[in-house]
Design a protein around this ligand. Structure first.
Ligand SMILES: [Co+2]
Length: 242
């Protein structure tokens, strides 16, 4: 696991511990700072002052035996893979079982997502794009790493990588193939470039064979990667065969 993930978490812990700024708001300030500079670079290329402070704090805590780096990594991993994306998965499952909700979601994502109780920083304006048999949507932030936090949590490292940001535009089909997603030639690929203002969420296709599943069971099938558009949602019987 990388220093970057630990820095993110440590930044959040520092802010929370200090009781000054909510962690997400603090992180967002950093993010917006990056957007002020209108040039192309990775967020973490030059560590921010809070990031450096967080790193220093973490080093002291680890040196004193007060925290375990592995435990910190596990916590960040939880936010990256579980807590954040589970919100989005509930949104997707609701859209699959409730067509009126699905239409509200496609028309005004922020309001529809707020119906389920999700919203806040890095999700001030969200747009949901729907995958169909004819169209596959892929989300990127070519500038940096803009991402719909209220429904997906923290972006994974690959989302922030220069390779992903460039190849998603230059060769989306090739990129998707590397993620293990082979699209038929007749499927149109639409690439959505996120900005500080607009964040995109993919509404994946409901998998065949999932007709008898309830909303909670459907939500359990929806992965973060499917909601970014680098994977499809796979039904349980397909998983068993894989
Ligand atoms: Co960005």
């Amino acid at each position: 696991m990388t220093t970057t993930r630990r820095e993110l978490l440590a930044t959040a812990l520092t802010a929370a511990g200090a009781g000054v700024t909510p962690p997400l708001a603090a992180a967002q300030q950093d993010h917006e700072h990056d957007h002020d500079h209108d040039h192309d670079h990775d967020h973490q290329a030059v560590p921010s002052d809070p990031a450096l402070r967080a790193k220093a704090l973490e080093s002291v805590l680890v040196a004193k035996g007060l925290v375990d780096r592995a435990a910190l990594d596990a916590l960040v991993d939880t936010y990256e893979h579980q807590i954040g994306p589970r919100n989005g998965a509930r949104v997707i499952a609701r859209a699959w079982v409730d067509d009126a909700y699905r239409q509200r979601l496609l028309k005004n994502a922020k309001a529809a997502i707020a119906e389920l109780g999700y919203g806040g920083v890095e999700g001030e304006q969200m747009v949901v794009v729907e995958n169909t048999a004819q169209v596959h949507n892929l989300v990127v932030c070519t500038l940096c790493s803009c991402y719909p936090w209220p429904v997906l949590g923290l972006p994974p490292l690959w989302y922030k990588s220069a390779a992903y940001r460039s190849r998603s535009v230059i060769d989306p089909r090739g990129l998707l193939r590397e993620f293990g997603l082979e699209l038929a030639a007749e499927v149109e690929v639409r690439v959505w470039d996120s900005t500080a203002e607009v964040r995109y969420l993919v509404l994946p296709e409901r998998p065949a064979g999932s007709e008898k599943l309830g909303e909670a069971e459907l939500a359990a099938l929806v992965t973060r990667d499917a909601m970014v558009g680098v994977a499809r949602v796979v039904a349980p019987h397909e998983r068993a065969q894989a």
